[in-house]
Design a protein around this ligand. Sequence first.
Ligand SMILES: C[S@@+](CC[C@H](N)C(=O)[O-])C[C@H]1O[C@@H](n2cnc3c(N)ncnc32)[C@H](O)[C@@H]1O
Length: 308
Amino acid sequence: MTHVTYHKPVLLNEAIRYLVTDPHGIYVDGTLGGGGHSAHILEELSGKGRLFAIDQDDDALRVAAERFADEDRVSLIRGNFGYMDVLLPKDAEENLSGILLDLGVSSHQIDEPGRGFSFQKDGPLDMRMGALQDLTAATIVNEYEYEDLRNLFFEFGEERQSARIARAIIRDRPLETTGQLRDTVASVIPERFLNKSLARIFQALRIAVNSELNMLKRALEKGTALLREEGRFVVITYHSLEDRLCKNYFRYGNFEGKPVKDFYGNDITPLRTLTKKVVSPSVNEVAENPRARSAKLRAAVRHKRGSS
Ligand SMILES: C[S@@+](CC[C@H](N)C(=O)[O-])C[C@H]1O[C@@H](n2cnc3c(N)ncnc32)[C@H](O)[C@@H]1O
């Protein structure tokens, strides 16, 4: 396994253009993966610049350790980006020039049947992005009560047939593999809708296993507090739930999208959105890399402290 086959970076030039404004600055790549974005950030930095690259997946860290073996400006960190406030050294506090999150799973994680992320390959119902957490998809599928399963598929998968699917899962338990889960879903969903439903069910399980939305919320709040004045936050999302959190946080400073005004009627927010219109990959990029098709990039800048 090398970084060349590990993952093809998405919206690479766009992300770096929004992120890097100071070549001597300190940057965080919260989602190292195959190191595609990290390598490009390093190209833009001077000898004084530094990069902290975080991933919770040991495979990613192994590949990156080889890729960046001769690079002393980068520090690789094993952990969850939601805890970047505790993972980074103290001198990074209020001193970061930019943070990048390229959310979701890497191609390597999807393509490896043993990780259980893909309904197109048979593997164990695992779906953990890293060995740091205990909860697996098998536990959720086999132990959650009907209502919890149904709500999970509805809320995190936006699946309209969540009740039918939850009932079928309870009927067929225990389920051990992605293939068994696929067959169970196929028993209640018509063939022509099956792939879409499977994608939504697998997405919902993955979000729950990895606490993806909670970790994103934490990263947005803690990361913003770590940015220096004029520091940039760039996030690439792959589904509407994470995109909405990001859009609301950048615009309003909260996740519900509620405007908070000062005495004069001005919005009180820690960030100002730079991408008035969300940035999507070009037709060419999607043709070359179909996994980029649902990507959306949003960028924001930290206000001067004392102003909002
Ligand atoms: C889409 S890939 C990133 C690809 C990378 N930008 C590149 O160009 O190769 C997402 C990576 O982020 C990691 N990841 C996702 N959520 C994470 C989290 N909460 N904390 C740490 N790593 C996370 C995954 O393990 C995966 O390796």
